[in-house]
Ligand binder design. Structure first.
Ligand code: COA
Length: 363
């Protein structure tokens, strides 16, 4: 039986840090409030397009899999913060990686559930024989959509990219189960109003233009239910008992949502990987970045049963169970990195202030 396994993994986190202390100097908030309500301490602000972060993460994933881009026949880019509407971000990633003409590429926008949606799609295409090696890159430049006059959302999001190479295996590992869903009755609870140019407002739109808006309580309530339900269902579908789960890698949106999901799966904290304190909510990128760091830090051993669980705008949600293979070390390493920037944090955020207005303490 052919299954789909992750054979390579990579991440790209931009160097510029926006800390809770920085936010305290801009808006009426506190490190304590942000930490207690969300678990976030700092997040990254990108100086490049989503495709450039995706390309760097992908180079690392390809090296880890021991693959050349010419051996990939499909690229899926999970993102809600595109470089451009036309062409898709996947086209930019394809170009940056030097992919040959027959390699297919498309964007998949399932908001913060984008990686889980993409991983399941990649796996099913491999299982069906339609594609033989798929690169899934999740990349987000959410900072472009942040309105720093709205303290309830500005403190939660950041930028990053993560990527995995997915390949067929005949062995007893790979994706065991996966579910995705959409609850459009909650469509208005998390949105970028009037947004026709996802990812572009901070560069090109004139005010008035809305940044991310969210009904935090409603999203929280529904996220806890959806992530818990789908995770439990995915574990059962994989033929596993809850006690056989070795690691939960959840979408990193809020520490309290993560804790609630872990509780539904009856998992102790050492079986839950979190890095929300370092990057905040980077939407589709949170899970692949966390996967890379979990591997680097020895959280995943050969044969481990790993649960991925996510929710996001839409409201989308998804969960998947993957049994890890033998190899937990990369086959090779890439030197790829982002071009450096000499722009300061405030220079990077200035574009937001011009579009959405200056935050209260900087007015
Ligand atoms: N700093 C300080 N105070 C803040 C604040 C900030 N950054 N943001 C909001 N507040 C205030 C509110 O104004 C409110 O004050 P009030 O009681 O005087 O009106 C108070 O804090 C409580 O606000 P509330 O929205 O009820 O807080 P909460 O406990 O629901 O936590 C979230 C807010 C956003 C952290 C929480 O709802 C959440 O995480 N929701 C899920 C969001 C999410 O994960 N979205 C991503 C989906 S992929």
């Amino acid at each position: 039986m052919t299954r789909a396994a992750i054979t390579g993994w990579g991440k790209c986190v931009p160097p510029t840090v926006l800390s809770n202390a920085d936010l305290e100097r801009m808006i009426d908030t506190s490190d304590e409030w942000i930490t207690v309500r969300s678990g976030i301490k700092e997040r990254r602000i990108s100086h490049v397009e989503p495709s450039e972060m995706a390309a760097v993460a992908s180079e690392h994933a390809l090296a880890a899999a021991g693959r050349d881009i010419g051996e990939i026949d499909l690229i899926i880019v999970a993102s809600c913060t595109s470089d451009s509407v036309i062409p898709a971000t996947a086209a930019h990633v394809h170009r940056l990686l030097g992919a040959p003409v027959p390699t297919a590429a498309f964007d998949l926008n399932a908001n913060c559930s984008g990686f889980v949606y993409s991983l399941i799609n990649a796996a099913k295409m491999i299982e069906s024989g339609m594609h033989s090696r798929v690169l899934v890159a999740a990349t987000e430049r959410l900072s472009a959509l942040l309105d720093f006059t709205d303290r309830s959302t500005a403190v939660l999001f950041g930028d990053a990219a993560g990527a995995v190479v997915v390949e067929p295996t005949e062995e007893d590992h790979g994706l065991l189960s996966g579910f995705v869903q959409m609850d459009s009755s909650a469509l208005g609870y998390l949105e970028v109003p009037n947004d026709g140019l996802s990812g572009m407002p901070a560069r090109s739109l004139e005010p008035p233009h809305g940044g991310i808006t969210m009904n935090g309580r409603e999203v929280f309530r529904r996220a806890v239910v959806a992530m818990g339900d789908l995770s439990v269902r995915a574990v059962a579908e994989a033929g596993l008992g809850l006690e056989e789960v070795d690691l939960l890698i959840p979408h990193q949106a809020n520490m309290r949502i993560i804790d609630a999901t872990a509780k539904r799966l009856k998992l102790p904290s050492e079986k839950v990987y979190t890095n929300i304190h370092a990057y905040g909510n980077t939407s589709a990128a949170t899970i692949p970045v966390a996967l890379v760091e979990a591997l680097e830090q020895g959280y995943i051993s050969a044969g481990a049963n790993v649960v991925f669980a996510a929710f996001g705008g839409g409201l989308t949600a998804g969960a998947a169970v993957l049994r890890w293979g033998e190899r937990t070390e990369p086959l090779g390493r890439s030197e790829a990195s982002l071009a450096p920037t000499d722009r300061s944090l405030m220079e990077l955020l200035e574009a937001n202030f011009r579009v959405y207005g200056y935050p209260e303490k900087l007015r």
